[in-house]
Design a protein around this ligand. Structure first.
Ligand SMILES: [Zn+2]
Length: 133
């Protein structure tokens, strides 16, 4: 098996990962109000190159998910839930849903909230069901 990939703190992604380590979720926001993710050199809607990182509330709804029983890397416990979350600000994030009780049914539209997972010197934007917060 391969090892778990780690975030790249480059010019494009660095601010996103640094803010997560400090406990904040951010999203690209262009001067014309377009939110998008993943970060791109220019806004995919209006091509503005002057976008900046904007705070996100870290709340949203479960759009889709899959329970993984065989991890692609050795140091990840299974089963775990990969999810697509629609954030309240109108952007979408593929993430992990954490602390889901075994057998707990998931429904599209379930409310979720950010629960950052810290790993060594970096962090992942993971989510948990709001009712379990
Ligand atoms: Zn734009």
């Amino acid at each position: 098996m391969t090892e778990l990939p780690v975030p790249v703190f480059d010019d494009l992604w660095g601010p996103f990962w640094k803010e997560l380590v400090d406990g904040r979720l951010t999203m690209p926001l262009c001067p014309n109000g377009h939110r998008f993710f993943v970060p791109e050199p220019v806004c995919p809607t209006c091509l503005s190159a002057t976008w900046s990182w904007s705070p996100a509330a870290g709340r949203g709804s479960l759009y889709s998910w899959s329970v993984v029983h065989r991890a692609p890397v050795a140091d990840v416990a299974t089963p775990y839930v990969i999810a697509v979350v629609d954030l309240d600000e109108g952007w979408t994030l593929m993430t992990h849903l954490v602390d889901v009780a075994p057998g707990r049914p998931l429904l599209a539209g379930d409310r979720v909230a950010l629960r950052i997972t810290h790993r060594g010197g970096w962090a992942l934007p993971t989510f948990a069901l709001e009712e379990d917060q």
